[in-house]
Design a protein around this ligand. Structure first.
Ligand code: GCU
Length: 398
């Protein structure tokens, strides 16, 4: 068995070595009939497509309802130099006081009514999203950042505001949007511990010690957290919960797409540099492959997905069909020119191959509802990306 590092070293970046492939037609029913109307899409094709992704890739989310309680911890009507009001809310997940996720919400001051809002998970904690001093440093497990003195998986004050460029809270509120972020490690710490920490155990049946083979991994859990955040946002009068865009970068871009596929209340979905297992066409095997995903991050997808390492073309679907699960809602996919690991061209192709579904479901609006850009530069999310997302949201949600 190759190690993750060996797989990475052997990654293909040569377009001429992309294997020949045929993509499954998203508008063909399993029994081979073409879908020619929206009703058939929603009644048959969409559920069938969804079932394939659930069964073979991201895993099934248990349908058990667990008790959730919201507590507002802090508010600040003068955040971002007076431009925003912040709301810090703890959502207790289940009965225990040590299992929770903290939501940091920025709302533009002076809005004339409920605002549309971007919701996304962060890599490093709510305290990294801006320099606001009243956001406590996360107490959850974090990745070590030795350059910043962050060791032993404990966050420190030194990381406050390091994600300011990635989140652009000020730009968002200036443009009339709200923003809610959650630290993804609150939901499930991002390492393979056999699903003992995080929220998975809340869903175990008597005697169960890890998710079943077709059940969710960490991406499924993170996506579940996004839906629970949306439940909460629906209770806030200042938020227009029918206009919540779910956004994520990289592994959290994969998560945002799966969240939007699962939960059709999300009004718009944005995948920033989501790459393999996100927006990129898997059959191209360009950059990161499924073998790498399953070896380096065995906890992200369902166990059933592990059977598809080196076998991208044997899956009965490809990632343009994940995008089809977002249709007809507005969808934005973004790549970065130097981010070859995430296969920018494969991400672009997925947005092209999902067009027939949008044409069927959205008619004249189809073109407007699919956004794509390739930013010059590397794997990242920054102001340039957000400006495009805000323009797209203006065009589709306003
Ligand atoms: C790794 C991983 C990618 C992932 C990325 C990230 O590069 O291989 O699949 O998208 O990390 O989340 O930054």
């Amino acid at each position: 068995m190759e190690t993750a590092e060996e797989i990475r070293q052997n990654a293909n970046y040569d377009e001429s070595k992309v294997p020949a492939y045929t993509l499954p037609d998203p508008l063909l029913l399993p029994e081979g009939h073409p879908v020619t109307d929206a009703a058939t899409w929603f009644e048959k094709a969409r559920p069938a497509t969804y079932l394939l992704f659930e069964t073979l890739m991201y895993g099934r989310t248990p349908d058990k309802n667990i008790p959730i309680r919201a507590e507002v911890l802090r508010t600040n009507p003068q955040a971002l130099g007076g431009k925003a009001t912040t709301l810090q809310t703890r959502l207790y997940l289940g009965e225990r006081s040590d299992t929770y996720m903290d939501l940091l919400t920025f709302l533009p001051n002076g809005a004339s009514g409920p605002v549309p809002l971007f919701l996304g998970l962060s890599f490093s904690g709510n305290h990294t999203v801006s320099h606001e001093p009243d956001v406590p440093v996360t107490e959850s497990w974090v990745r070590d950042l030795p350059d910043l003195g962050q060791v032993n998986h404990r966050a420190t004050e030194a990381t406050r505001g390091i994600g300011t460029e990635n989140w652009q809270a000020e730009l968002l509120v200036e443009r009339g949007y709200g923003l809610t972020t959650i630290y993804y490690g609150d939901i499930d710490p991002d390492f393979d511990d056999g699903f003992q920490n995080g929220i998975h155990p809340l869903f175990y049946a008597e005697g169960q010690t890890r998710p079943g083979p077709g059940e969710w991994g960490s991406i499924g859990a993170w996506a579940w957290g996004l839906s629970r955040a949306l439940d909460y946002l629906e209770t806030l009068p200042a938020v227009d919960a029918k206009k919540v865009a779910v956004i994520g970068h990289s592994r959290l871009g994969k998560t945002a797409l799966w969240a939007a596929a699962q939960d059709q209340r999300f009004a718009l979905a944005i995948s920033n540099n989501s790459g393999s297992g996100g927006a990129a066409i898997g059959r191209r095997m360009f950059g990161e492959t499924y073998a790498h995903l399953n070896t380096a991050f065995p906890h992200w997808f369902s166990q059933t997905f592990h059977a598809y390492s080196y076998r991208e073309a044997d899956l009965p679907f490809d990632q343009h069909q994940l995008l089809a699960l977002v249709a007809p809602r507005p969808l934005y996919v973004a790549s970065a020119s130097e981010d070859l690991w995430a296969d920018p061209y494969g991400e672009y192709l997925a947005t092209e191959h999902v067009r027939p579904v949008y044409n069927l479901l959205a008619g004249e609006d189809a073109a407007k509802r699919i956004g794509y850009h390739k930013r010059p530069g590397g794997h990242d999310i920054n102001r340039y990306d957000w400006e495009r997302y805000l323009d797209f949201a203006d065009a589709n949600l306003r």
